[in-house]
Design a protein around this ligand. Structure first.
Ligand code: NAD
Length: 351
């Protein structure tokens, strides 16, 4: 069990989205083996779409997890997997005849984006997005393509003078990762304005839930607790985040396909702005309910370069333009992530 249930998903969608994503609709998901991309792929398959998934299975984290994420989709006759780098693929051919391209492939992670590693961020976040958008310019692609939904990030904001942030606030990224995500987002807007490529950019705020990336705090906390290792927190733990459950992020992708503006940018924040420490307390309780006595010693490390102090999203534009509101409360989402991690570790089919 992946903690996510797609039964009845179609009933949650407004008619225009449901009609676009009707059974048999051909769509592309880039980054389909990743944390969010694999859940999105599952949701699209549950809707009956024909999904072509692209993922190069980069070694940023354990490839075995990415393969496990794909186990469900690979069992579906409606899923076609291309294990390829977007920079080496004929993207025009990939996209011809497709109705929607959900573009999630990227090198994620704020802390790893300094130094020599930045070339990955440039190649996989900026260049790959530019190649994808170039392919979308071609008439044979544009004839059918209704939307490119790009996974942007709250990292584009950096530290802001006031919260919650709106999409009109000046982006001031604090990390090379944030710069790369913002550059790709700007490219989406440019290709929309100059070539009529319809794009919607979703600025996700810290996504969590089953299959969360192993470099993210909740997952690190759970794995450390189950290993009996200490867990290191960066800074004093008072930094706040607007945590977003992965099912809500997936729903945002579906709703974004019919945004009225063809160069839309919207915040996708979970509405649960709490400090990291408070969230970890809830997570510890959820874990202890499943594995009595589990809970790591918490060590403190210096704030990492590139980390922002706070994030908090004003999501009124997402509500107004794409009808999206967060639906999953933090406690429920953390329970789902704890349950998934424990099931996975105990060798059960965690999904
Ligand atoms: P992830 O690392 O689990 O998934 C990204 C996938 O993209 C990986 O499986 C990777 O192998 C693949 N990939 C990378 N470069 C590729 C390339 N050139 N060609 C083909 N495949 C490639 O990350 P995630 O957490 O699922 O994030 C998905 C998207 O959401 C990313 O664009 C990320 O920047 C964005 N995002 C995530 C969060 C979050 O909290 N998880 C927050 C803001 C934005």
């Amino acid at each position: 069990m992946s903690g996510l249930d797609w039964d009845g998903l179609r009933q949650e969608l407004p008619a225009p989205v449901s009609e676009l994503l009707a059974e048999g609709t051909p769509v592309v998901v880039t980054g389909c083996a990743g944390f969010i991309g694999s859940h999105l792929t599952g949701a699209l398959l549950a809707l009956g779409c024909e999904v072509t998934g692209v993922d190069s299975l980069t070694d940023y984290y354990d490839v075995a997890q990415k393969r496990a994420n794909l186990a469900g989709p690979l069992a579906s006759p409606d899923f076609c997997f291309r294990e390829r780098d977007l920079n080496d693929l004929d993207l025009r051919m990939l996209l011809t005849g497709k109705r929607v391209c959900f573009h999630l492939a990227a090198q994620a992670g704020v802390r790893a984006s300094w130094g020599a590693e930045f070339t990955r961020y440039l190649d996989w976040n900026v260049l790959a997005t530019q190649r994808l958008l170039e392919a979308c310019r071609h008439e044979d692609v544009r004839d059918d393509l209704v939307r490119v939904v790009y996974s942007s990030s709250s990292s584009v904001y950096g530290d802001q003078p006031r919260y919650p942030v709106t999409e009109d606030d000046l982006p001031m990224p604090r990390s090379p990762y944030g710069v790369s995500k913002l550059a790709a987002e700007h490219l989406c807007v440019l290709y929309g304005e100059n070539y009529g490529v319809p794009t919607t950019s979703l600025r996700y705020f810290t996504v969590y839930g089953p299959r969360q990336r192993p470099d993210m705090a909740f997952r690190k906390f759970l794995e450390a607790a189950l290993d009996g290792r200490p867990f290191s927190i960066y800074g004093d733990g008072a930094q706040t985040r607007d945590f977003t459950f992965v099912r809500d992020a997936v729903r945002a992708n579906l709703l974004a396909t019919v945004a009225p503006d063809v160069t839309e940018v919207v915040n996708i924040g979970g509405g649960s702005r709490v400090s990291l420490r408070e969230a970890l307390d809830v997570l510890a309780t959820e874990l202890a309910a499943r594995v009595p006595g589990a809970g790591p010693e918490i060590l403190r490390e210096e704030t990492a370069r590139g980390d922002v102090r706070h994030t908090a999203a004003d999501v009124s534009r997402a509500a107004e333009r794409i009808g999206w509101r967060p639906a999953v409360a933090l406690g429920d989402g953390l329970a789902a992530e704890a349950a998934w991690t424990v099931a996975r570790r105990s060798g059960h089919d965690a999904g």
